[in-house]
Design a protein around this ligand. Structure first.
Ligand code: AMP
Ligand code: ZN
Length: 460
């Protein structure tokens, strides 16, 4: 993404809205986090340092509701899901943010923003005890989300108020900064100059981006659902309280759909990484699917896509191994590649696509075309080393840790059962059944190679 230049030309200051830790993050959430990770990698490999801040939302309507339903203390409950989020991020090879602040750890900073907004006349305490942001006090309100200013009618005093964390564009309203304590919050409340209560969801990102990145920083990102109200409210709070521009650029990731539909529990189409792993898919296959789609377009997730990703990764893994063998050099690491960009040679078009608004599908297309004419075993050691570094440069930009095609792979029990059945059919010279079972295995993404005394399964 070339157009985003760091203000000081050296370090890109980058804020991402982090997960709400009330359950395992789903693959839609991970689309956003993986795309943000690719963005960071492309920036760093391109020679710019980053300061990446991503918060943990550990107090909001959902975390409180779910922890109470489970009879757990809020901190213990959110710690459990924060750990799970970290484990999933690691499995998906996402770089760790430089700072990962939590909302509960920054109550003081959030109250300071409320105080500034009260002092400057942008906030008021209502009769229900909560403190609200007065949207009519900020004429720019609605610009990011392109809200219709006539409908908004900000000139008049807005009377509608929203005290829930999430609402849609039809309910534009003064939004809650500090929620007065209610019985359903249980023991989850803090002291404030406006009485006992807890922060509203939008406030935390203003407080934490301000604390760690300053009044004006380079880039702010999240999924497209956050444009309104979350980011609109964040801009209003940050600019009115702290001055400065807040984020100079915004970067929103379009949603992931499953089989063409929005993910929802009722449709039963909400996948987590664990569920995909139970089905036999490696985390890197999910990473390939998520990183390989252009972030401005919806990504339609299907299990066929996961199978295709698995075979694409096997091809890349074989190529990588052949280059490594022909080169004999030390494996290039992400840090080495960030320090010094190698000669990109046949992979230069792939890098150009990544630098052009993170066009990852085009970059992968270039990688596969470039690989077509190459026989690594015929290259000199120097040529193989150079090509390996260039190839790894692109793989690192996408964050793909390639599988070793020769490593012993774990074969799921249902696949092994089909293979055993086929081996028995073959031994009994029942060629029709054996062929049908081979085709079935292929459909499931497995190839069966027959030896004299047994078979070997490999992933297609
Ligand atoms: P949450 O944990 O709900 O606060 O969301 C974490 C991140 O995931 C936010 O940036 C959301 O905008 C993003 N997100 C939620 N659903 C999807 C989806 N279906 N596709 C892509 N990103 C999503
Ligand atoms: Zn946020």
């Amino acid at each position: 993404m070339k157009p985003v230049q760091a203000e000081d030309g050296k370090q890109l200051r980058f804020y991402c809205c982090g997960p709400t830790v009330y359950a395992a993050a789903h693959i839609g959430n991970f689309r956003t986090f993986v795309v943000q990770d690719v963005f960071r990698r492309v920036t760093e490999l391109g020679g710019l340092r980053t300061k990446h801040v991503r918060n943990i939302t550990d107090v909001d309507d959902k975390t409180i509701r779910n922890s109470q339903a489970q009879g757990m203390e809020l901190g213990a409950y959110t710690a459990k899901w924060t750990d799970k989020f970290h484990a999933d991020c690691k499995a998906l090879n996402c770089l760790t943010p430089h700072v990962e602040p939590s909302a509960v750890g920054h109550i003081k900073e959030q109250l300071e923003i409320v105080q500034l907004l009260m002092d400057k006349g942008h906030a008021y305490q209502s009769e229900d005890g909560s403190v609200y942001f007065r949207i009519s006090s900020y004429p720019e309100y609605g610009r990011l989300a392109h809200l219709d200013r006539q409908t908004l009618d900000l000139g008049k005093t807005a009377t509608a108020r929203a005290d829930v964390d999430e609402y849609d564009k039809d309910s534009v309203a003064d939004f809650v900064l500090w929620k007065a304590r209610r019985p359903e919050d249980g023991p989850n409340f803090w002291q404030s100059p406006w009485g006992e209560g807890r922060p509203g969801w939008h406030l935390e990102c203003s407080a934490m981006s301000h604390k760690y990145l300053g009044d004006t920083f380079d880039l702010h990102s999240g999924g497209v659902d956050l444009v309104f109200p979350h980011h609109e409210n964040e801009i209003a709070q940050s600019r009115c309280a702290c001055g400065g521009e807040s984020a100079r650029h915004w970067f929103h990731v379009t949603h992931l759909l499953v089989d063409g539909a929005k993910m929802s529990k009722s449709l039963g189409n909400m996948y987590t990484l664990d569920q995909l792993q139970e089905m036999g898919y490696a985390p890197v296959a999910l990473r390939y699917v998520l990183a390989g789609a252009y972030y401005r377009r919806p990504l339609n997730f299907t299990l066929t896509g996961m199978k295709d990703a698995t075979s694409a990764l096997n091809k890349l893994g074989r190529f990588d191994k052949a280059l490594s063998k022909a080169s004999g050099a030390k494996e290039p690491t992400y840090r080495d590649l960030c320090k010094k960009q190698p000669e990109l040679g046949i992979f230069a078009p792939a890098w150009a696509s990544l630098e052009d608004d993170l066009n990852t599908p085009e970059a992968l297309g270039h990688v596969f075309s470039a690989m077509k004419g190459v026989k690594p075993e015929e290259l000199s050691a120097d040529a193989a080393t150079q090509m390996w570094q260039a190839f790894r440069f692109i793989m690192e930009a996408l964050g793909l840790q390639l599988p070793d095609p020769d490593a012993d792979i774990e074969v799921p029990a249902d696949i092994k059962a089909i293979a055993d059945e086929r081996w028995a059919a073959r031994t009994a010279k029942d060629w029709g059944t054996a062929d049908a079972l081979r085709a079935k295995l292929a459909e499931l993404g497995w190839a069966m190679k027959d030896g004299k005394d047994g078979y070997k399964l490999t992933k297609i």
